[in-house]
Design a protein around this ligand. Structure first.
Ligand code: NDP
Length: 259
């Protein structure tokens, strides 16, 4: 605890789920945390942890400028805001049937948001010459996901952009590190549209989703927050351009492997 004392952090999409857990953990570690989201409910998260709140739609360049002007110097950025695109979208998201509008919407939040966040953070961290940027990608950024093609594509691009940012900063003599976290099946409100409505449907869906997970359970937002705290702290000073899986062992093997 108190590994982030004296540091200022900004977390996007932090009104709930993984982002809220990261904000709480960073505050417990001593950081001043800017909780940001398009959802004003983020203000309650900020209040509970003694942080600050700002409305921030990560797709909007002008919104980043406005928020960063208020934040000033920054030590830690977590690009966490993300969508599957299933919310309110009746069209399938597979490569054959997905609509261009859905494809663009998912990339605008997940990828444009990550690009704008990284750019804003490098600029805000440059005067001090150091900092940590953490991009919340996904297991879906490593493997193909036929039913969520735009989501998988956007998360794969986040993984790659992480490495470009890490190398750019290193080439410029900055100790601004950039790493990606790749969670899978972390039980948050993001899952709700996929779990059905009745308790029986929900139980069956949850069992089915973790059937191929070696640890046979969903992960928790706090488990992702613990990994983010390590990457945000000086304990990870030699770690940049790397990717961290937190997935109950899914990527360790293959469901198609011979028994
Ligand atoms: P949630 O849906 O629970 O929370 C996401 C938050 O981001 C919501 O408060 C949402 O607001 C907000 N948000 C949505 N669009 C924007 C935007 N344009 N600008 C700013 N904020 C926005 O998601 P999770 O906590 O589950 O996921 C967090 C991150 O982790 C995402 O990037 C996700 O892809 C990634 N991830 C999650 C996994 C999981 O199993 N949960 C697995 C792998 C990766 P609103 O509610 O108003 O839309």
């Amino acid at each position: 605890m108190h590994r982030l004392e004296g540091k200022t952090a900004l977390v996007t999409g932090a009104a709930r789920g993984i982002g809220a857990a990261i904000a709480r953990r960073f505050a417990a570690e001593g950081a001043l945390v800017w909780v940001t989201d398009i959802d004003p409910a983020g203000a309650a998260v900020a209040e509970a942890i003694g942080g600050r709140f700002a409305l921030l739609d990560v797709r909007e360049e002008a919104a980043w400028d406005r928020v960063m002007a208020a934040v000033g110097a920054l030590d830690i950025l977590v690009n966490n805001a993300g969508i599957t695109g299933f919310e309110g979208s009746p069209t399938p998201h597979d490569p054959e049937h997905a609509s261009l509008a859905d494809w663009r919407h998912v990339h605008a939040v997940n990828l444009d948001g990550c690009f704008l966040g990284c750019r804003a953070a490098i600029r805000a961290m440059r005067p001090k010459g150091s900092g940590s940027i953490i991009n919340i990608s996904s297991r879906s950024g490593i493997v193909g996901i036929p039913a969520a093609a735009a989501y998988a594509s956007s998360k794969a691009a986040m993984r790659n952009h992480t490495k470009s940012v890490a190398l750019w900063c290193a080439q410029n003599g900055l100790t601004i590190r950039c790493n990606s976290i790749h969670p899978a099946a972390i039980l948050t409100p993001m899952w709700e549209p996929m779990l059905g409505t009745s308790p029986a449907e929900r139980e069956a869906a949850m069992q089915a989703f973790v059937a191929d997970t070696p640890l046979r359970r969903f992960g928790t937002p706090d488990e992702v927050a613990a990994m983010a705290a390590y990457l945000a702290s000086d304990e990870s000073a030699y770690v940049t351009g790397s990717e961290f899986h937190i997935d109950g062992g899914i990527l360790a093997g293959s469901a198609a492997s011979p028994a």
